[in-house]
Design a protein around this ligand. Structure first.
Ligand code: IVH
Length: 667
């Protein structure tokens, strides 16, 4: 019985997933809703009858198996209010002085904390279990986004410690800056419209009707307040931070106490200095009266509390000349217009190039070559042209059109159905080839020193490289035909190429440049399959079961290895002696080893690249993550360690400098 059930379950899972794909990704379902529901119900029933067959990868478990046709509504227990905003320090001072007027004869401690630029959410925990999560909506009623919130790793479904009977907790869902940049890079390559900033991309991710898509997005959450609470008595906001931590709920990492106008403004200014190091985007400071008794006495105006105010930092904008619009051809052939700017400094770094996304964007903003343009860094990460000083035009400015042909290879370009991106479809296009080779050889991938942009351009231009496997066919005779390349550089380059043959498996997987496959999925894939041939033959189903992979990524990997040219490439790489397997013994971290089951965060400047140190730690049975939490065992802090170090100290995480780390390695 059980084995026929097993087959049927596998069949049903594949069918449900396929229909999910047709419904969500292609918006072209091939069966009716009733037929879909019948398949889904049969699967859920079988899993209930044979619990041994249940799997977290089943579409019934992976939130998102059940298509949500629309969001249900949730009524907040306590309304979600908004705050008065100001851009002026003077108004913050007025705010504090008004508090003093309303509460004469009392000291009024206030908390100053970051205003997180994300999407407001409210979660209800009952007896410590997550019951539901909702958006703010109109403040009284919001959308039920429980399934989507459950995909965020830092949101506990069960609270730790001694949770109150009812806890309605409020916070902001955000997409971290790095994840945002990666998501947009992948969307650009895939020809999908880009998100304007991390806030929009977090909002877009939460609004996905299919939580499996939300699960692919690097979302996090920060909690900063409560709604309804039963079974606990809080008297001060400043107590909340520690309580949230104890319950396992991520809280604001930095906050300040202030007791005067001057202290409040100083805290706001200090926050402005450190906030760029936070993983999430912030757009201001929130000043809140600390004591709940005082809050009650102050009360509310029509729409917001009198006991809090939000101060917004002005986004740094600068003006510069747009000299030209260049076309960049990406690894997958997408043509992107790029602004060539008179170099300027924005938010601390030098900017000479800014992506203009696509032609529609350029027309919408009416950007012309020769314009004075306004530059801002979107979400502290990517420089963007946000406006044009049209009143400064002389008439000499030129309108821009995307070229009808690839500027590199001359092939006609093509616009994919329903997508904004324009693509050069010639897979032999030298620009695409150069990008693929540059990526393969880059420091984060196979790390071939000396094979940078200039060298790759020469090699491809002279017909010495036709694909990445050609790297391993290079020899001194071929390289000697290049211009301005001495004997010593040739020797060094050939050495570097030889060394790259034995890189760890995840580097090779990452180097292949599979759409959506970043460093963390590459590590997960290497860890799971331990060989490229095995990875190559894996099914979409197996791929999706790997954490850090998921549905979209799984399908992309599968498609990559179905492509005959890619299979040829792997064969050629293997034939040249590139290591295709991970044959290092599995870390048998003995229980006494300080690395066994330890979780590490690496920050600051160290004597070796962080990637390399991470490999050493992983090789000994440790884990390396990007952000400090209570679960972090050690923070390895190099020179100029910033906010991570402070956070580690605050959480009592053990901090090691490089010398101590080396001692530990030897022990
Ligand atoms: S407290 C009644 N604290 O900004 C007070 N809000 O314009 C409720 N926000 O609706 C909000 N960071 O979506 C508070 N540390 C923070 C915040 C914060 C971001 C958002 C929140 C709020 C809006 C106010």
């Amino acid at each position: 019985m059980e084995s026929t059930a097993l087959n049927r379950v596998a069949e049903l899972r594949a069918a449900v997933e396929e229909h999910n794909r047709r419904y969500y990704d292609e918006a072209a379902p091939t069966i009716t809703d009733q037929e879909y529901d019948a398949l889904y119900r049969e699967l859920a029933d079988l899993e209930a009858r044979f619990p041994a067959l249940a799997s977290p990868a089943s579409p019934t478990q992976k939130v998102g198996g059940a298509p949500l046709k629309a969001f249900a509504l949730v009524t907040h227990r306590a309304p979600m209010l908004s705050l008065d905003n100001t851009y002026s320090e003077e108004e913050v001072a007025d705010f504090y002085r008004r508090l003093q007027r309303l509460l004469p004869d009392a000291a009024i401690p206030v908390v100053v904390e970051p205003k997180v630029d994300g999407v407001a959410v409210s979660l209800l925990y009952e007896d410590g279990r997550l019951r539901y999560a909702a958006t703010r909506g109109d403040g009284t009623v919001g959308d039920d986004i429980t399934q989507n919130i459950r995909t965020i790793r830092s949101v506990p479904s069960q609270l730790k410690g001694r949770p109150p009977k009812i806890l309605e907790v409020r916070g902001e869902v955000f997409m971290n800056k790095e994840g945002f940049a990666q998501l947009n890079a992948a969307r650009l390559e895939a020809g999908l419209p880009l998100f304007a900033n991390p806030r929009n991309s977090a909002a877009g991710s939460l609004k996905q009707l299919d939580p499996a898509i939300t699960a692919e997005r690097p979302l996090g959450v920060v909690f900063y307040g409560t709604g309804a609470v039963e079974g606990a008595q809080l008297t001060k906001h400043s107590e909340l931070f520690a309580i949230l931590q104890e319950l396992g709920l991520p809280a604001t990492e930095r906050w300040w106490m202030a007791g005067s106008v001057e202290e409040t403004l100083n805290a706001i200014r200090e926050l402005d200095r450190v906030r760029h190091d936070f993983a999430y985007q912030t757009d201001g400071a929130v000043v809140k009266v600390d004591a709940f008794g005082q809050r009650e006495a102050l009360g509310f105006t029509a729409k917001s509390p009198r006991w809090a105010i939000a101060y917004k930092y002005a986004a740094e904008r600068v003006e510069t000349r747009l000299h030209d619009i260049l076309i960049q051809v990406g690894r997958t052939g997408v043509l992107t217009p790029v602004a060539a700017l008179e170099p300027v400094t924005v938010s601390g770094s030098r900017v000479a190039r800014a992506t203009l996304h696509n032609e529609e964007e350029i027309q919408r903003k009416d950007i012309r070559i020769g314009d004075m343009v306004v530059i801002e860094k979107a979400g502290d990460v990517i420089p963007a042209v946000v406006g044009v000083r049209t009143e400064l035009r002389t008439g000499a400015e030129r309108e821009f059109r995307m070229p009808p042909n690839c500027p590199e290879c001359g092939s006609a370009v093509q616009k994919d159905e329903g997508q904004v991106a324009i693509r050069c479809v010639n897979s032999q296009c030298p620009a695409q080839l150069r990008r693929r080779i540059e990526h393969f050889a880059s420091r984060g991938a196979m790390d071939i020193e000396g094979l940078g942009e200039a060298m790759v351009t020469q090699l491809v231009g002279r017909g010495l490289l036709h694909d990445v496997s050609g790297i391993y066919q290079l020899n001194a005779t071929k390289l000697a035909t290049l211009e301005r390349v001495g004997e010593k550089s040739i020797r060094n380059l050939l050495d570097a190429i030889r060394r790259s043959k034995t890189r760890p498996l995840w580097r090779l997987i990452f180097a292949l440049g599979i759409l959506h496959v970043g460093v963390s999925s590459s590590r997960a894939l290497a860890d799971h399959f331990r060989s490229v041939p095995k990875l190559m033959e894996s099914s979409v189903e197996e791929l999706q079961q790997i954490s850090d992979v998921g549905e979209v990524v799984g399908r992309s990997i599968h498609a990559f290895f179905q492509e005959p040219l890619n299979r040829e490439l792997i064969k050629a790489l293997a034939a040249s002696g590139v290591k295709m397997v991970d044959d290092t013994p599995r870390a048998e971290a003995s229980e006494t080893s300080p690395f066994a089951d330890s979780s590490w965060v690496i920050t600051g400047t160290l004597s070796e690249p962080r990637e390399q140190i991470a490999e050493t730690i992983i090789g000994r049975g440790g884990k390396v993550t990007g952000s400090v939490s209570k679960k972090t065992t050690y923070l390895l802090a190099g020179d100029e360690a910033g906010s991570k170090l402070e956070k580690a100290k605050k959480l009592g995480v053990r901090v090691l400098d490089e010398k101590e780390f080396r001692t530990l390695l030897e022990s």
